[in-house]
Ligand binder design. Structure first.
Ligand SMILES: [Cu+2]
Length: 590
């Protein structure tokens, strides 16, 4: 029998909080948001936690803007206390009973990381999903210290979507976001209003899902102090308690009506595969997904039969129909994704039993909906949603192609190093290590031209021109890859197998042979879900997989970043720059 843990907190006792709304129209397009040290109660039975929050709240206020109505935000860094998170690496991956330490609260014998504890609040704000000029995009190294402020202008010339703003500080994003520096940002437009979609509470609610862990006192009671814990085997923090809009396992009373939920996975590392259960049966048929990262899909998509997968930073806009359910009906959201996530399947009907200590998923519950008595209102979903993009892929004949290998390098005496190796075609007489990519008869030979964030920039996309980026995953985990600036479309997701010789992964170079086609032990289907066919800014690249995306950068020239959105990866070098260029300047680039 699989051992299970008894939860030290009661589930479904706190009402789902709705973050304060900051409607830009009511503020003449100008907002001031103060980052402040504050306290926050994550659960009825927990003491207050020290946090850092936008506006002093966790999550920050939900900013609601209108398309083509620019927003100016003065981001005031008023953080006047040290990092409210204890960072630690537990000395062993499991405790004396064999339970993985990441499933448990407390430090598990780890020493507090003093350098992290001494961090003052260096911050920089990034609006994830924003079509934002480079100066205001939140370059990770352009930090603001406490007492320093930034005024960022957001043109908002982009389609309606759920965006989010969060900290992006170089090397410490994982701490700053974990401390609470994240909030939602909704853009609305005419097309959504034509469709008469719910707008604002009670029928439109954001669900920001994160995982958090807390310290224990000497008596073994939870203190509320935030703990970011990793272990010698796993460099990402996968915390045991799932928090929605700042509360652990909350409950929401719903009317027998259609609700619109704006979901975001704002976790550091954890991927969720969300299943809705009632009386032990999957109720996923009640959910229609109408939008993804960058807004409306062309038509509503059914949730995949295994559940709605959201890796870090992915969003979903869903309609959930509670209309013919009687008062007292309870529907519970479970997560069935083990961590680190590798794409492996899990039957939705078994979601209530998805607890998996080895999979760092001690408590699969996420939240609950409880139907209360009230007027029945049901919405039909319009057949045609978005009309501003065509199905299928854009014309890509002659489009520049870029190849990036996702690589994990083991290091003695420290956490692994994850990098994105930018590749260029190698000359025939290239003497160094090569990555070869074989597709049937054709083999392409690549050399690495950049590996670490501070290596030379090699990507100079031309504004307005489509490019194809190939993301080749040579690691054993799924990485959600995020591009700043414009959204992209997924073109293909294909199985690969790869061989890397001993010591083939060096600090910069890599030797590997990659072949298109499924390996004998590969159980993933490498399929593209219907809900991934919209406009995305974060795409999952599973193990043994190559994903191709088509991206066209527009509007703003400048220096931007792309990176894995697992924050522990992003902070440990899974991030690279690119510079968008106007065509007429290309001739002058030496
Ligand atoms: Cu990653």
């Amino acid at each position: 029998m699989t051992p299970t843990l008894t939860a030290p907190l009661a589930a479904f006792v706190d009402a789902l909080p709705v973050p304060r709304r900051l409607i830009v129209d009511e503020h003449d397009g100008r907002l001031t948001v103060r980052m402040r040290a504050a306290t926050h109660r994550f659960h009825r039975d927990l003491p207050e936690s020290r946090v850092w929050g936008y506006g002093g709240t966790v999550p920050g206020p939900t900013i609601e803007a209108e398309r083509r109505q620019p927003v100016t935000v003065e981001w005031r860094n008023d953080l006047d206390a040290s990092l409210p998170v204890i960072d630690t690496v537990a000395p062993a991956a499991v405790d004396a009973d064999g339970v993985p330490v990441q499933c448990l609260p407390g430090l598990s014998g780890g020493a507090p990381n003093e350098q992290a504890g001494a961090l003052a609040g260096y911050t920089v704000v990034h609006l994830h999903g924003g079509l934002t000029p480079a100066s205001y995009d939140g370059w990770a190294e352009n930090l603001f210290a406490p007492g320093q402020h930034a005024v960022f202008h957001y043109p908002m010339d982009q389609r309606a979507a759920l965006l989010w703003y969060h900290d992006h500080a170089m090397g410490v994003t994982k701490f700053d976001v974990y401390a609470g520096l994240a909030g939602l940002w909704i853009i609305r437009d005419e097309r959504e209003r034509e469709l008469e979609l719910p707008e604002g509470p009670p029928f439109e609610l954001p669900l920001l899902i994160q995982d958090r862990n807390f310290d224990l006192d000497e008596q073994g009671r939870l203190t509320g102090r935030l703990v970011h814990k990793t272990d010698p085997g796993v460099m990402e923090a996968f915390a045991p308690f799932t928090v929605v809009n700042g509360k652990v396992w909350p409950v929401l009373d719903v009317l027998p009506a259609t609700y619109r939920f704006r979901l975001l996975n704002g976790s550091n590392a954890r991927t969720y595969r969300l299943v809705l259960l009632r009386d032990g049966k999957s109720e996923l048929h009640r959910i229609s997904q109408i939008g993804t990262d960058h807004g409306l899909l062309r038509s509503a998509a059914r949730v995949p039969s295994g559940g709605l997968v959201l890796a870090a930073a992915e969003r979903a806009d869903v309609l959930v129909d509670f209309s013919e359910l009687g008062p007292g009906s309870e529907l519970t959201v479970f997560n069935t994704a083990a961590a680190p996530f590798d794409g492996s399947a899990f039957p939705a009907a078994d979601a209530a039993d998805a607890a998996d200590l080895d999979g760092l998923l001690p408590y699969p519950q996420v939240m609950r909906f409880r139907v209360v008595d009230g007027a029945v209102t049901r919405r039909t979903i319009p057949r045609e949603l978005a009309t501003d993009y065509e199905p299928g892929s854009p014309a890509l004949v002659g489009a520049p192609r870029r190849a990036i290998a996702l690589v994990e390098r083991e290091l003695d005496g420290g956490p692994n190093m994850l990098t994105m190796r930018e590749l260029a075609i190698a000359a025939d007489d290239h003497p160094g290590p090569l990555l070869t990519l074989t597709d049937e008869e054709k083999t392409t030979r690549y050399r690495v031209v950049a590996s670490h964030f501070e290596d030379s920039t090699t990507f100079f996309p031309m504004l307005g021109e489509y490019e194809v980026w190939q993301l080749i995953n040579l690691t054993e985990d799924t990485h959600p890859i995020h591009l700043h600036l414009d959204p992209f479309r997924i073109l293909s997701r294909r199985a690969i197998r790869h061989e890397i010789p001993e010591d083939g992964i060096e600090d910069f170079e890599i030797s590997a042979s990659v072949t298109l086609g499924r390996g004998p032990d590969d159980e993933l289907d490498h399929a593209i879900d219907d809900n991934e066919l919209g406009l995305k800014d974060t795409i999952r690249v599973n193990p043994n997989e190559i994903v191709e995306i088509a991206v066209r950068f527009t509007t703003y020239a400048g220096r931007y970043m792309y990176h894995c959105h697992i924050l522990e990866h992003e902070d440990r070098d899974m991030m690279r720059p690119f510079v968008t260029m106007p065509a007429e300047l290309m001739a002058f680039m030496s």
